[in-house]
Design a binder for this molecule. Structure first.
Ligand code: ZN
Length: 254
């Protein structure tokens, strides 16, 4: 478990990974968080195809099935965060109204927007379009954080002592948060302003946790960012002549 806050129990069920593949395009290993409380079962972002089985397995480890999920909060429309909304037939699927409208008008075949999944989301009775401000769930509100995509939202969970901020890809990883510079953004200047706003939220109350879209959660300890949790990422490859012979590549340091 990551923490408890404002009546929510929060677990990171899939860790985000701060890297991209060198030869094969986007890696897309994004963060998926589970929140339980107030009679709800909530996922913040839901990943992509490769994460379907880990989602099922890790929900089961918490005694849950996909049909138990009551709410899906999407930070943005990109494939590596959004397409698995179809796994949760009983969930409200919350997305920024502007983000969904923008994604529907992106040209097909050239961007990270999953054309057919956002089209179905637009048609679905499960979809709830929201704007910044106002309470989405008890203690949870959305704020605008454009740059990575124009309608990107971050989700703020406010507690008594400190807060928790789901940044999605407005600040994908530690390097972006600390440097203020964003990789893969449609507008670097707008991204920089969003990252500055995220940093201000982080510094507002001691102990506030950031959950980035592609990295481990972080907290400020004496002004220095510290990871919460241990990174686990590896690839197992078949370079031999039988399936039993594999080579393991650890994708972590330290
Ligand atoms: Zn992403």
């Amino acid at each position: 478990m990551l923490t408890t806050l404002a009546g929510w129990r929060i677990d990171i069920i899939v860790q985000g990974y701060p890297g991209k593949s060198v030869c094969h395009g986007g890696l897309g290993w994004s963060t998926i968080a589970l929140l339980r409380g107030h009679g709800r079962v909530v996922l913040v972002d839901v990943g992509s195809f490769g994460q379907r089985q880990p989602i099922i397995d890790r929900l089961r480890a918490h005694g849950l099935a996909p049909a138990d999920v009551t709410d899906v909060l999407l930070t943005h429309s990109h494939w590596d965060h959004s397409i698995n909304w179809v796994m949760f037939p009983k969930a409200r699927v919350v997305i920024g109204a502007d983000e969904l409208a923008w994604s529907l008008n992106e040209p097909w075949g050239t961007t990270p927007v999953p054309e057919l999944y956002v089209r179905e989301l637009d048609r679905s009775a499960q979809t709830v379009r929201v704007r910044a401000g106002g309470e989405i769930l008890p203690g949870i509100s959305a704020a605008d954080a454009p740059g990575h995509t124009p309608g990107h939202l971050i989700f703020l969970l406010e507690g008594d002592r400190h807060d928790l901020v789901f940044t999605g890809d407005a600040a994908k990883n530690r390097a972006e948060i600390l440097s203020g510079d964003a990789d893969m953004t449609y507008d670097p200047a707008i991204s920089r302003r969003s990252i500055e706003a995220i940093r201000a939220l982080w510094q507002r109350k001691p102990g506030t946790i950031l959950v980035p879209g592609h990295d481990l959660p972080m907290v400020l300890e004496d002004g220095e960012p510290a990871y919460l949790g241990t990174r686990a990422a590896a690839v197992s490859s078949w370079f031999g002549e039988g399936l039993e012979q594999t080579t393991l590549f650890q994708l972590t340091i330290g």
